[in-house]
Design a protein around this ligand. Sequence first.
Ligand code: 6PG
Length: 238
Amino acid sequence: MSKVFTFKDEVALAKNAAEIISSAASESINKNGRFTIALSGGRTPAILYRLLAKPPHNDLSWKNIFVFWSDERCVPADDEKNNSYLAKNTLLDHVPIPAENIFSFPVKMPVSDGVKQYEKILVSFFKSELPAFDMILLGMGEDGHTASLFPGTNLHEMQGRLVAAVKRPGEAIDRITFTPQLINAAKNILILVTGQAKATVLSAVFANKEKNKYPVQLIKSSHLRWLVDEAAASSLKK
Ligand code: 6PG
């Protein structure tokens, strides 16, 4: 059963998320010599990324931290719609992480080639056909999507895959996303949800009335923690 932690507001939530990530990173580096994390896109993690770039978190052993993304929009890296753009501008450009530790999705090539290349990178880096990230960070949209797993898309075709090419209904750009299988293999999963606009869908997701109606319900792991603020939690049954 996943655990839900509620915070007064997005700043309190981000501070706690930074603590969780920092301690997980230190523990994993001490134990295994490295910490692997997949960051999420969207606006929610911006405060968190800025906190990780400042004391006390910025003195982590960044040379032992390896950063991936749980999804990406196939737009140039300097386009602010690119998910790695936010993380680089608020965090990665401000800490001593070696460039070779940052694995952005290859967005310049056709998306089918990008998927194959990223899957190869994951299997080779983790030396496993089903990589287990130390931490995967996710958000959730108002339609219950997470990463780029959207309602009404080819989620059933992702069986056995680590990464897939998708399109958000109504959006022209290609996207690449981690599959539920890859996400669920992680040792820690954090889903960050803030704001009143998410309250209705969060309540529906937790009510679980229609199994897997919402893609975020495909994230089923005992290592999953929901970090939500009071506004997003305002429709949850007490
Ligand atoms: C993306 C993200 C996506 C995001 C949610 C929530 O590419 O858009 O990966 O899954 O996490 O849409 O976005 P906000 O944090 O902006 O609400």
